[in-house]
Ligand binder design. Structure first.
Ligand SMILES: C[S@@+](CC[C@H](N)C(=O)[O-])C[C@H]1O[C@@H](n2cnc3c(N)ncnc32)[C@H](O)[C@@H]1O
Length: 276
């Protein structure tokens, strides 16, 4: 069966980014390699203890956070991603860090996760963060997959870019160095984006630059989780985000990026949704 464009283009883009993110201006892995990996300030403040939990990390990239969760005492972590070099790098890093016995990395499109990880209702925590949902065309099906993997009592932790901020992008220059209006909040269908730059490495230029991304308004995400039978425990909006989303942003001492003057609109949101 031929793959849809969104899947083919997006995977080529992410395959290429793995090398960039493992390169000299990529992710900082020093703490992880010293056995004390840390997440970003937002997750650090909200996530709570993961000791003894069975965790499924969807769209795990090369496993930095998956391995961090294992270092924090998770009983087991299964990471899933559709990028072969990402999964290969995750497995190598797990072996290097002595965490291969408690972690497993699975190569699969998110929408095939039920078959790829044959473990329904087996996880205490589904962990999904930062730039995951924008790659997925169907948020209702994503929520059903999350619910499928959770045990009764288990929960989803989601931290994401706020769609109110994703309305803007530097690809359309605004005034005073700010990003301009880019896409309506409620944009249906794929948004074709041609962006050669990478959000981590300012010097990188991507060859596989064309992607299809998707806007998911907050109401759709929460509606999808409720529709999948999960209960919303809390929902937070943040005036900071974990990467430089716009060139005009300033970086705080907490490592988070904010609007340069006033917190005009939220940049991120996070939530916990539980399966009863
Ligand atoms: C921005 S990254 C997530 C970053 C991750 N939270 C981290 O901190 O490392 C998005 C990830 O989603 C993965 N991805 C995108 N579309 C996917 C799909 N349809 N199925 C599985 N993984 C996908 C990409 O390969 C990439 O690793």
């Amino acid at each position: 069966m031929t793959e849809p464009d969104w899947l083919r283009l997006n995977r080529a883009n992410w395959d290429e980014r793995v090398g960039v993110h493992l390169g000299p201006r990529g992710y900082d892995l020093v703490d992880l390699r010293q056995g004390r990996g840390r997440m970003n300030a937002i997750e650090e403040a909200e996530l709570g203890s993961v000791a003894g939990l069975d965790v499924v990390h969807l769209q795990c990239h090369f496993g930095r956070d998956s391995l961090c969760l294992a270092q924090r005492g998770a009983a087991s972590v299964v990471g899933l991603d559709f990028s072969p070099p990402a999964i290969e790098a995750a497995r190598a890093l797990a072996a290097e860090l002595g965490l291969a016995d408690r972690t497993r990395f699975v190569l699969s499109n998110l929408y095939d996760a039920r078959a790829a990880i044959d473990a329904p209702a087996s996880f205490d925590l589904a962990y999904v963060t930062w730039g995951a949902l924008c790659w997925l065309p169907d948020v209702a099906e994503w929520a059903r997959i999350v619910a499928h993997f959770l045990r009764p009592g288990g929960s989803l932790y989601l931290a994401e870019a706020h769609p109110a901020a994703l309305v803007f992008d530097d690809l359309v220059p605004g005034t005073d160095g700010r990003p301009g209006w880019f896409v309506p909040y409620r944009h249906d269908g794929p948004l074709t984006i041609d962006e050669v730059r990478d959000f981590m490495d300012p010097e990188a230029r991507l060859t596989n630059s064309r992607t299809h991304q998707f806007m998911h308004p907050i109401g759709d995400v929460i509606g999808a989780l409720l529709g999948a039978g999960l209960r919303l425990e809390w929902f937070h909006e943040h005036d900071a985000i974990t990467w430089r989303m716009f060139a005009c942003q300033t970086k705080g001492t907490d490592g988070l990026y904010r609007w340069p003057d006033k917190p005009w609109l939220p940049l991120a949101y996070s939530l916990r949704a539980r399966k009863d």
